[in-house]
Design a protein around this ligand. Structure first.
Ligand code: HEC
Length: 132
């Protein structure tokens, strides 16, 4: 009987989750502008934006060691890590920039244009191979 209750509750929770997701963007399906991602100009613009808006938490060298990193909820990763890079897709970063990360200090960036987001993505995804 108890197990049944737990099962019903899990189903109810799943239903709620599904509802939340269905109203949101399907970030896996967002088309990645491949040419922009591999462009040096985009990367340079992304680096400049990064220093302006992200470095306080993520570090001037994108290594997760920003001056404000203490006391944040969640820990900024080292974008220079090959491990992070090989486990992260452009779509995932686009989603984090668009939605933030709930329950952490990573905010959403509704003030950035899509083009600016892709510039930033070009930059953060290049750090592991090309350095900051
Ligand atoms: C107020 C501090 C703060 C600022 C400003 C900030 N971030 Fe973050 N960010 C975080 C924290 C903390 C996390 C870790 C969240 C977690 O624990 O999952 C994070 C996570 C991320 C992640 C996910 C990394 C991963 O795969 O786990 C990306 C990508 C990211 N930030 C990019 C950016 C970019 C690009 C900017 C600038 C537009 C930015 N952040 C600005 C605090 C910040």
């Amino acid at each position: 009987m108890k197990a049944m209750g737990v099962l019903l509750m899990s189903l109810a929770l799943l239903a709620c989750r599904a509802e939340v997701n269905s109203s949101a963007v399907d970030y896996d399906a967002v088309e990645v502008p491949a040419a922009q991602l591999s462009s040096d100009e985009a990367r340079d613009r992304g680096r400049a934006l990064f220093k302006e808006k992200c470095a306080l938490c993520h570090g001037d060298r994108a290594d997760g060691r920003g001056v404000r990193r203490q006391g944040l909820s969640g820990k900024p990763v080292n974008f220079g890590s090959m491990d992070w890079r090989s486990n992260t897709s452009a779509n995932e970063v686009f989603e984090v920039l668009s939605e933030g990360r709930r329950g952490t200090s990573m905010p959403a960036w509704p003030t950035l244009s899509e083009a600016q987001k892709w510039d930033l993505i070009a930059y953060v995804l290049s750090v592991a191979e090309d350095g900051p």
